[in-house]
Ligand binder design. Sequence first.
Ligand SMILES: *Cc1c(COP(=O)(O)O)cnc(C)c1O
Length: 587
Amino acid sequence: MTTGDLNPASAGQGFKKVGAASVPARETTVAYFSMEIGLDAGMPTYSGGLGVLAGDTLRSAADLKLSLAAVTLLHRHGYFFQRLAPDGSQSEQPAEWAINDYLTRLPETVEITLAGRSVRIAVWVGWVEGVTGHCLPVYFLDTDVEGNGEWERTLTHTLYGGDGRYRLGQEAVLGIGGVRMLRALGYSGLSRFHMNEGHSALLTLELLDEERKRAGRMDIQPGDLDSVRRRCVFTTHTPVPAGHDQFSLDLVSELLGQAEPFRQTTLFCHDGLLNMTFLAMNASHYINGVAKRHGEVSRHMFAQHTIDSITNGVHAASWTSPAFAGLYDRHIPGWREDNFSLRYALGIPPEEIWWAHQTAKTALLQEVNHLTNAGMDNDVLTLGFARRATAYKRPSLLFHDLPTLRALAAKHGGLQVIFAGKAHPKDQDGKDIIRNLFRLKDELGPCIRMAYLENYDLELGRLLTSGSDVWLNTPEPPMEASGTSGMKAAMNGVPSLSIRDGWWLEGHIEGVTGWSIGPGMNGIGGPRNDAEDAATLYAKLDQAIYPLYNNNRRGFLEIMRHAIALNASFFNTQRMVLQYVTKAWFA
Ligand SMILES: *Cc1c(COP(=O)(O)O)cnc(C)c1O
């Protein structure tokens, strides 16, 4: 299924193989670089939040008729297809996809040099179409072309695969190859280069080299850097160290050589390593984190830089279930073009919201029962939890004190929990978490039903965030830079029960838009306390959520309406892109 199938109300809008740029290449002003972009459930060209955000950003940029072009890698074998054995052991299969169904190969090619060998880069294009028909191109770089060496051909195969050498090779293709490809395609007037995370930061060195060549010089001078800075924008997405790529200088000189831009070590070298985050920050005039708290955390991490924040969002039309889209079409016409108007959800009759929610919940539970034989029931409170399986996200916090949870479920008429999420292939702790959740299934007792769905992707994400009654999020603060799945839930009136971290610090009003977990305000770097967090989670279920859900439906619906009116109206990529426009792209 594609976005169009799921959401007939927005048919004609989405990602298309055939299209035409609404703005000619030479007049396009913004180039958006991202190692991953989630555009369609049939294209495994993303791994998680970063790629989904990139896709939503492009959709809103198209809605807003911006002159923007995006660059990424083809990822011929995708991220990976997740299989879970009966004991919860994850195995990974290449995620093959029908490239020709989605993209068109263009005739242009460019070259870069890696380890002294020339690598030819080809390009494919696909089109993001906005709600008003405006189209913008996404370029997918491809090194699997005849004439390239065997290793070089694999560079655009696997997202986040391979070793450091492979990753640096990929990042050279994206950053350096990406700029050269844009030039070959006629993009001569670009005034902004947006680096969505540090993977594309080598583009700054290519821009420096362009300055040098334009001036006919052998060396790079300080004025060149000023010119590059004026054009570069960097968004950092995570406080987790593994999210900041670093490479040894030996590898850098082996792979990238000694040409002029790679001598600019003061620009990219930190602790004796090529640090992509430092390079991106040093070469950008505007840097931001992805939520207010994440901006603060980033300013602590990188004190010598000025770091702003623009809180993430999600693309409203793409993450709204068909039932809610129909409801908004009746009560808030024009909501796709003007997401701010979702604040008028306060005027939608509660019984219509309940009907739309039951429709979305039925779609989810039918799929869950079909896939897992979980026997889930529409009348039982259902929690959704879907995100990368990794230690700091604490997927098993809900089960921290099983006897207490069992008693709670028995007292209030049962509990259903639906999980999904992939562990990175090299994250053994993450894989253990999935196995442990599977093991727990047998200890839940008669009142708790649990399902873990395989292969979390855009499609499952839509079903889960729209069909759950309450969206659960339990990261260890301050590791969650923003989080976006709770925003998808809000698009469908689904309130969050979440740790106060990331976007929830901004979106949370207790008992109005949802509920918080944890004691008071968790300070930056405060010690993790699973027992305390679990205790408040149980208390919120027992004293706030169950009583509303079971005995005060009106009260529960008030919260659903406020999730839409206060949060869906703000935590969308339309508002976010407008902030990038005024603060970074056209400032
Ligand atoms: C939204 C989404 C994510 C990111 O969700 P978070 O809440 O930010 O973790 C990851 N994967 C998929 C498939 C998604 O749809």
